[in-house]
Design a binder for this molecule. Structure first.
Ligand SMILES: Nc1nc2c(c(=O)[nH]1)N[C@H]1C(S)=C(S)[C@@H](COP(=O)(O)O)O[C@H]1N2
Ligand SMILES: [Mo]
Length: 447
């Protein structure tokens, strides 16, 4: 058969695909096209078939990278990092261990055909201009170390610690990672696009599929940020930890907004609207605001992340009795560096005596007073901070603990950042479970 003619070639490939799909999924091409009219089609076995736009390559299960069970937990379209995966790591989270938060699925984009379009009323010419990847790569570049963290990180603890579960992905503490982002400052691009001094908001938008929530099409992921932040330290990243940005993290180009909620850092960035009026999207109006009886009705759209801490331990953890264990963890804040980290190991029940009898040596506190009123001030011990301590990234710390005997314990870590914000014992509930920054009680079984 001659495959020189393109039309014939594609016809033939289509037929081959048809037969392959029939074989693998028991569906005819006609059926697939009919179903595909509604958008993406979930295939048996979890794969996605995009019939509206041809993908650059197939994206298995919506995420390209491998998700080994030792490192990840699947949460719907997302993948949470398990904290023990960081135990043998240096300062940065390796790309292959970095959590993935996808509203829909990883978008496979051909970097050669990629364009970033910048337009809007905030530009001297509202038609704006577009940039190819190679143009962007020739512009002045910067490297910035910063965390990426989902606003919902820790959400599950609203349920397990405060008895007020919040809907949404039940993240533990693994929706965070620190990377070295490399790219062109957003400022450089906005200046070349001709930003006016009257511009107030910029709205980046992703090229991934439109988001359907409860049957409502909310459009592509997009979320305005102030021109002030855009011109300050926002970065258009094409590199992550020295490698080209991988597909799951926004290849070929993503925005990185240091210190802010992850949703601000648009992946697979396709366009940026620059406006001389405030901009709105579902992601800064109905979502990503604190809604709850203890918050004002007009509480602003979320920007900075709060202060948090995590142990590099499985949850729950199992530790041996009768020896000193060096515990490791990390703390971070959207408002700068971490000033202090304190640890409180609390016995919940032990076989060596009544509950709360086993006080860590030298603790001096009376743990029986803990519970609803929280741990005693004397029960907190300083952890040892390790450099570096990078603002809008994290600090590593360690603490030597000798469990007094076999039993159940809760390990608490609380951080104080450079602005004096200290993790509280509880936080007021908000409807969508954002910014759970209370001290997490990490369950540990010693035996
Ligand atoms: N285009 C696009 N950008 C996006 C998202 C998305 O689904 N689509 N998810 C956002 C959210 S909610 C978070 S927390 C971060 C996660 O980044 P990561 O997957 O690289 O860890 O990307 C943000 N940027
Ligand atoms: Mo997020």
């Amino acid at each position: 058969m001659a495959l020189t003619d393109e039309a014939e070639y594609f016809d033939t490939r289509d037929e081959q695909l048809d037969r392959k799909l029939q074989r693998e999924h028991g569906l005819s091409r006609r059926q697939l096209l009919k179903l595909g009219a509604a958008g993406s089609l979930m295939l048996a076995g979890g794969g996605f078939l995009r019939t509206t736009r041809a993908p650059a390559f197939p994206v298995p299960q919506g995420i390209v990278k491998k998700l080994p069970e030792e490192w990840f937990e699947r949460l719907g379209t997302n993948a949470e990092m398990k904290w023990p995966a960081m135990a043998d790591e240096g300062y940065l989270t390796p790309v292959e261990k970095f959590f993935v938060r996808n509203h829909t699925a990883t978008e496979a984009i051909d970097p050669l055909r990629y364009r970033l379009n910048v337009f809007g009323s905030g530009l001297k010419d509202p038609n704006g201009r577009s940039f190819t990847l190679s143009e962007l790569r020739k512009m002045p570049s910067e490297t910035r170390t910063a965390f990426m963290e989902c606003a919902g990180n820790g959400r599950s603890f609203f349920g397990s610690q405060q008895r007020t579960p919040a809907p949404g992905s039940a993240w533990k503490l693994g929706a965070v990672g620190v990377a070295q982002w490399h790219g062109v400052p957003l400022r450089e691009v906005l200046e070349r696009a001709g930003i006016k001094s009257s511009a107030v908001d910029v709205m980046p938008q992703g090229l991934d599929s439109e988001v359907i929530t409860n049957g409502v099409n909310e459009g592509h992921v997009r979320r305005p940020l102030s021109v002030a932040k855009a011109l300050d330290d926002a970065l258009l990243a094409y590199g992550m930890n020295g490698e080209p940005l991988p597909p799951d993290h926004g290849r070929p180009l993503r925005l990185v907004v240091p210190g802010w909620v992850g949703v601000a850092s648009t992946k697979w960035l396709g366009q940026i609207e620059v406006a001389d009026v405030p901009l709105y999207s579902p992601w800064n109006t109905t979502q990503y605001r604190m809604i709850g009886s203890e918050y004002p009705a007009d509480s602003p759209a979320l920007t900075k992340q709060a202060v948090k801490s995590a142990f590099e331990l499985p949850m729950p953890a199992a530790l041996p009795a009768g020896k000193t264990i060096r515990l490791h963890g990390r703390s971070w804040s959207g408002s700068g560096t971490i000033k202090r980290v304190e640890i409180y190991p609390e016995a919940v029940s032990t076989s060596v005596g009544p509950a709360y009898a086993a006080v860590p040596t030298g603790a001096g506190g009376n743990p029986s007073r803990s519970g609803p009123s929280g741990p005693t001030p004397e029960g907190w011990h300083p952890a040892k901070l390790q450099s570096p301590n990078v603002p809008q990234a994290w600090v590593r710390w360690s603490f030597d603990w000798t469990p007094p005997g076999p039993g159940s314990y809760q390990l608490r870590a609380r951080a104080t950042d450079q602005t004096g914000q200290r993790q509280p014992e509880t936080v007021p509930f908000n409807k969508n479970g954002y910014l759970f920054w209370a001290v997490v009680r990490h369950p540990v079984q010693v035996g």
